[in-house]
Design a protein around this ligand. Structure first.
Ligand SMILES: Cc1ncc(COP(=O)(O)O)c(C=O)c1O
Length: 399
């Protein structure tokens, strides 16, 4: 069962959880739960007996009937210790949360599974959003499984794997030339057609799904928090969600202590948060020309920019940029050293960690978790085409 009580806006007003809400990100719509009742009725032992998916956290999710959830068995991804990488960085230990194991190959499935499940309960028939690709692919799969429609607006360089998810699941999908106008286009289309606008941070339930990354990290560490989280930031939803998880667990008394410091990474070619952090501003200025590889992190005006900068100010941390070449080299390093095959967006976290250590921002004895948001299998055309020697098996060799 769910302990959802209401949706709260940034001014503290209580909104009816029985209808679908969508509002500009500045309104900060957040799902709230009856924490006293959860404390009385749910224990970490109950959670541990739950399914090996994000649905083990059903009491902290908004879906009234989790047994009917629209699920492809997402979440409960491994938190892998990466000893060789740690040694290369001079660290005692390092962990990677491997989100590439999710059904569509990225962490977007968490937000899609939980939000689609809740919107089916609320009778929503059509949702729409702009997505750099991964969310579009993921929401298309879950919309297909739910029997609802997801209208996708993708950039012209959206990756083939994401486009195929959208196409094969039969969801209406359009490529947009002027990416900076994507949000406005979706808002207008939703207004006109009565669709639900599910763009980043406009509605409260994607965040609830992504929150399960934080719940899992705490549980996988034995109900503790690490010292540092490094997160590859686009719109900022995932980082905000992980910290909402930690705050709720503290409220429940399931974990204790100080929240981690948050370091976010972006590509140099679209780094509005890094620039705002470097200039000590609490708001991002919109980024001009975007010059990054296809895929996530294509957020020139991040809806969660202000909230992420607040988290960094409150808990410590920073923002670091990686060049595309550094990210691609880090994909190879993570693969060669550990057998992980992350997408380049995820590999920016390794680049960022190395820079943060070099600047003295992160100590080598700290407990750090890198969030690897997706699989390299989603980025094959972006990665270098391997050149191996071509050999022929001759008759003599056979003999
Ligand atoms: C693989 C990947 N990692 C990270 C992100 C950033 O996500 P968020 O919008 O939660 O910051 C995205 C989306 O832009 C993505 O596709």
């Amino acid at each position: 069962m769910s302990y959802l009580t209401h949706i709260e806006d940034g001014a503290g007003a209580r909104l009816d959880p029985g209808v679908a809400h969508s509002a500009p990100p500045a309104e900060r719509l957040r799902a709230r739960y009856d924490m006293d009742r959860i404390r009385r009725e749910v224990t970490v032992a109950n959670i541990a007996r739950g399914p090996a998916s994000l649905w083990r956290y059903a009491p902290l999710l908004p879906v009234a009937r989790p047994e009917h959830a629209v699920s492809l068995n997402e979440g409960w991804t491994p938190l892998l210790q990466v000893q060789r990488l740690a040694r290369r960085l001079g660290m005692k230990q390092l962990a990677v949360k491997d989100e590439g194991r999710n059904p569509s190959g990225t962490f977007k499935d968490r937000g899609a599974a939980v939000a689609v499940s809740r919107y089916v309960e609320l009778g929503v028939k059509t949702v729409a959003h702009n997505s750099s690709g991964n969310a579009g692919g993921s929401w298309s799969l879950y919309a297909a499984r739910a029997g609802i429609t997801c209208v996708n607006i993708l950039p012209t360089d959206a990756q083939p794997a994401s486009r195929q998810h959208c196409r094969a699941s039969g969801q209406p999908t359009f490529l947009l030339e002027n990416w900076h106008d994507g949000g406005r286009l979706v808002a207008e289309a939703c207004e006109k057609n009565g669709w639900l606008n599910i763009c980043t941070l406009r509605e409260p339930y994607r965040l609830e799904g992504k929150k399960t990354m934080g719940l899992e990290i705490a549980e996988q560490l034995g109900w503790r928090m690490p010292d540092v989280i490094v997160y590859p930031m686009g719109g900022g939803l995932g980082a905000i969600a992980i910290f909402k998880a930690f705050e709720e667990l503290l409220q429940l008394g399931w974990i204790k202590g100080k929240l981690p410091r948050l370091y976010v990474t972006q590509y140099e070619g679209c780094a509005p948060v890094v620039r705002a952090f470097d200039e000590n501003r609490d708001e991002c200025a919109p980024w001009g020309k975007i010059d990054i590889p296809p895929g996530g992190l294509k957020s020139p005006n991040p809806p969660g920019g202000r909230a992420v900068l607040e988290l960094i100010r409150r808990h410590g941390g920073g923002a670091l940029a990686a060049s595309a070449d550094e990210a691609l080299a880090a994909v190879d390093e993570m693969t060669a050293e550990e057998g992980l095959f992350p997408c380049p967006e995820s590999a920016t976290t390794l680049v960022g960690l190395r820079k943060a250590i070099a600047r003295g921002w992160i100590r080598t004895d700290e407990e750090v978790v890198l969030i690897s948001t997706g699989s390299g299998l989603k980025s094959i055309p972006t990665l270098a085409v391997p050149r191996f020697p071509t050999v022929t098996v001759s008759a003599e060799l056979h003999a």
